[in-house]
Each structure stands twice: as structure tokens, then as C-alpha cells.
Design a binder for this molecule. Sequence first.
Ligand code: URA
Length: 246
Amino acid sequence: MRIEDILYTQGFGTRRVCAGLIQQGFVRVEGHVVDDPGAGFEVQGLRFTVQGTEWGYHDKAYLMLHKPAGTECSQKPSTYPSIYTLLPAPLRQRPNKGAVQGVQAIGRLDQDTTGLLLLTDDGQFIHRMGSPRHHVPKVYEIGAKHAVTQGQVDRLLAGVVLDDDPKPVRAAACEATGPSAMRLTLTEGKYHQVKRMLAAVGNRVETLHRSSIGPLALPDDLAPGQWRWLEPAQVDALRNARAGQP
Ligand code: URA
């Protein structure tokens, strides 16, 4: 693929901007400046630098982010900074069918919720992860306002009715992890679901953290605000995960 097209597909701007970066000597492959926009490279495994920052070629982008508290999952946040400001510009500018679209979060977490969030520019992957047939278990660590009782755990496992839907929602798994702490696993994602479920059993969420999505756990060494590319095996494991399986 031409280096100009490589930069374009990876989100470095319009083809004209990419050609400019190349002609000005800002792009290097294997340590050598590439100043011809038409120079061709095999993209598989390609690593290159743009203005000193190293990148790898990714046909599609799949990332995990440790969402910090006080951020919104919206592109146009109302009160808090957007999670998208935590990502480098090329990830926010990757083109899709000619338009700048960038990576999108797969589902949303509330502004005060922390933890694992997946992002991608693969529309099919977003669709698959969101489909009810595929709903993979998501594990939440809850700090509660009041003591967690076995009665609350039992009710969450049996199913509780939320105000907008007569059909009960139930936790796929639930256990107390401390006097006022709980681990809850859900296979669906209704609006404010964890907070509403806790309220339905007479408790209240004070802190909420998502620790895993299906087979993928938030790594201990990924600090709040940091992001990382997913390994191809992790993407495959998520794609093949089934509802009800960890
Ligand atoms: N449930 C909630 O109430 N909030 C979240 O952010 C995620 C799940």
C-alpha cells in the first residue's frame, strides 16, 4: 500500500495532509525517512513513525480503555470531558467510507463509573457485541452505601423489576465481597442498570467499576485514563464469547 494511503487509513488526516507530512520528512519506516507519498509497503506488521511517535498498521482498531471517573462516553459531552480526549488524534480521525469517524465506544458507562471500556471502528464488531444473542457477561464491582445482605443478593439473583419494564432483570452472578461491597455480573445493559437494580433492593451504588467483559479482564497495569490495543487473540475471544460464559 502507498505510504500516503497508509497514513490516511490510520487517521493522520486527509490524503493531502498525509502527503504533506511525508514530503516534509516527518514519516519514517525502519528508521529511514520516506519522503515519496507513492512509496509502497507491505502493511502486515508494518511499524512507522510520524513526527517521532511510533505506530503500527491496524486494518481495524480494537482498543481497551480504563475509563476514569468524571468522564463522559459521549462525543459531545454535556458536563465532563469526553473519554475520546484520552485517545490520540489518529484514533479519533480514522476514516470510514470516506468520512472521519474514528473509534466508537461499545456501549457506555456513566460519568462516575470507572473501568473497562472497549472501542473500535469495526461496525460489525459493535453490532455483534451489542446483539442480545451475543450479550457477554460484564462484571461490576460495587461499593454500596448500606450493608450488603444475603437477602439483597438473593433478590438480585432471582430478578427485580425496574420502573420502565415489567419483565424482571436478574444478575447472572452476584456475591458480597465486603460488608458494603458486591460483585454483580450482568448479561444485558439497560440504562443505569446496576444503579437501578441496587436501588430496587433498597441499597445504593456509591462507586461502580467494570472489571471485565466476557473473557477480557481490565489489566492491573492499565491505569485510569490509559488505553491499549487489543491483541488479535483477545478480539477473537470476544467475538466468540457467548452469553452466559465468562
Ligand atoms: N450500570 C450502571 O448503573 N451504570 C454504568 O455505568 C454501568 C452499568
